[in-house]
Design a protein around this ligand. Structure first.
Ligand SMILES: Cc1cc2nc3c(=O)[nH]c(=O)nc-3n(C[C@H](O)[C@H](O)[C@H](O)COP(=O)(O)OP(=O)(O)OC[C@H]3O[C@@H](n4cnc5c(N)ncnc54)[C@H](O)[C@@H]3O)c2cc1C
Length: 464
């Protein structure tokens, strides 16, 4: 072991000597990686290949006591802290240059109470892992649309998914949260304990502490649900988007309808409608009939399937590792002019890996009072994401510029809002907008629970 260089919270340099590293190694059960460790490169990798940071220390926490000890160690040495769950953060906040990573991805416990239809779940689970456990009881909660996303970051930011029309956002299904405070104390936030913190944790992101457990409300699903996509040539994208707009004007809560403009596995530019129906499959067949009858699709893959299969439906689009640049916003309407912008740029995709998904937010997710949780954007709208993906680092500038040009044409039509979990690393100015009317209250809660801004590597809310 040798003394290592590290970065303090204020950006200045620090060192962590052998004795301190020894003490840390003895205090925690999980593996501790430094830049000299075998496996360091694998341990520091995150989903977005553009994020290439070199933490001084990565602690793979195995349990609550590891998290407590990791926070205390970081505080003692005044180190910059990054917190990681599933490592999917678009902006790359799950890692740091020189700071310490408190990696909770090894904490994968789940305990389902089938009578109460609730689950306690640790923050290292991906949605695939969480779903497998709850589906063993025929239960699920609103989870991400790509199953290798972590439950932690997604839940804390809000959580849009295949059940949101019927059961609300993921954060609307959070009953309680256990977390470790900046002082290393373990507390629970719920409607009865620290209700201000409970409010902030449902949409305010990873600003307030390191979560060690979520308690979720679950719902009966399936066993069969309708799911799948129907694919049209990009040449018909304009008509398909107008049809999609009409279909999503006032959809039933059970119906989820998303769109994507992308390249097919055969290399053809295509426009797809992706659907899910969360109710009686026979009733769902009737509701989606117009989608199947519209135009002349290249392929119709809509069918009854197990709930778990639908949760994996989009996974191939989002493997860990490729390089990414992302622009996003909520659109209040899909006007003809907006559709023209989509068609213009999507007809000229410069990477076959790139896709532009559009998520319709509706139903139960929109009926919650905007002030009831920290996630305030509670209205019928469309979340749009320009997700540029490529492999060659030499292509970084070209891909980033293409994405920015697309977004600059779309931006005038976008509401002044964005989903906090979709903010890119170069958009700190959009953080306040993302929290909207809840921003001032979030600053107060941050001031109460993290007055020194110990947890600052996130879409940061400055303490009031
Ligand atoms: C391919 C892909 C698909 C996506 N699909 C959806 C979707 O369908 N619906 C949706 O709502 N969002 C979606 N997102 C966005 C997603 O919600 C965010 O990227 C989210 O941050 C991922 O959480 P994570 O735990 O995997 O990420 P991480 O990078 O591990 O964490 C992100 C942030 O969350 C906080 N955090 C993580 N773990 C903890 C913890 N234990 N305690 C406290 N804070 C913590 C930290 O601030 C951290 O910086 C998607 C993202 C990607 C890349």
């Amino acid at each position: 072991m040798t003394t290592i260089s590290a970065t303090r919270r204020d950006g200045s340099s620090a060192t962590v000597d052998d004795a301190a590293q020894d003490a840390l190694g003895s205090a925690v059960h999980g593996e501790v990686f430094t830049q000299n460790s075998d496996g360091y490169d694998a341990a520091r990798a995150v989903w977005n290949g553009m994020i290439d940071k070199r933490p001084s220390i990565i602690i793979k926490c195995q349990g609550v006591s590891d998290v407590v000890n990791a926070v205390k160690f970081a505080r003692e040495h005044d180190l910059l802290i990054a917190i990681r769950g599933g490592a999917h953060n678009v902006a790359g906040h799950g890692t740091t240059d020189g700071g310490i990573v408190i990696d909770t991805s090894g904490m994968k416990g789940v305990r389902v109470d089938p009578a109460a239809k609730t689950a306690h779940a640790q923050p290292g689970l991906t949605w695939a892992e969480f779903d497998d456990e709850t589906l063993a009881y025929g239960l699920a909660t609103t989870g991400g649309t790509v199953s290798n996303t972590g439950i932690a970051g997604l839940t804390l930011g809000g959580g849009l998914g295949w059940l949101m029309g019927k059961h609300g956002l993921t954060c609307d299904n959070v009953i309680s949260v256990d977390l470790v405070t900046p002082n290393g104390e373990l507390i629970t936030a719920s409607a009865n304990e620290h209700p201000d913190l409970y409010w902030a944790l449902r949409g305010g992101g990873g600003n307030f502490g390191v979560v060690t457990s979520f308690q979720f409300q679950l719902h009966e699903v399936g066993p069969q649900v309708i799911g799948g996509m129907i694919i049209h040539p990009m040449a018909n994208a304009r008509d398909l988007m107008r049809f999609y707009r009409d279909m999503t004007a006032d959809p039933p809560d059970e119906l989820e309808l998303y769109m994507a403009l992308m390249t097919s596995p055969d290399g053809d530019p295509v426009a797809a409608i992706m659907t899910g129906y969360n109710g009686d499959p026979a009733a769902g067949e009737k509701v989606i009939k117009p989608i199947r009858e519209f135009g002349s699709p290249l392929a119709d893959m809509i069918q009854p399937m197990p709930y778990g299969a639908r949760q994996h439906m989009l996974d191939d689009f989002a493997p860990h590792g490729p390089r990414r640049y992302w622009k996003s916003g909520f659109l209040p309407e899909l006007s003809d002019d907006v559709i023209d912008v989509f068609v213009k740029h999507a007809s000229n995709l410069i990477s076959p890996m790139t896709g532009i998904p559009i998520f319709n937010m509706h139903g139960a997710a929109t009926r919650v009072d905007p002030g009831a949780t920290a996630f305030g954007h509670r209205k019928h709208q469309w979340d749009i994401d320009i997700v540029s993906q490529w492999l060659d680092p030499a292509d970084d500038e070209r891909q980033t510029e293409w994405t920015r040009r697309f977004w600059s044409d779309l931006e005038p039509f976008a509401g002044d809002t964005i989903y906090v979990n979709h903010i890119s690393g170069d958009e700190p100015s959009r953080i306040e907008t993302a929290f909207g009317s809840n921003y001032a209250r979030l600053r107060e809660v941050k001031g109460k629970y993290d007055p020194e801004n110990v947890f600052k590597l996130n879409h940061n809310i400055p303490p009031a």
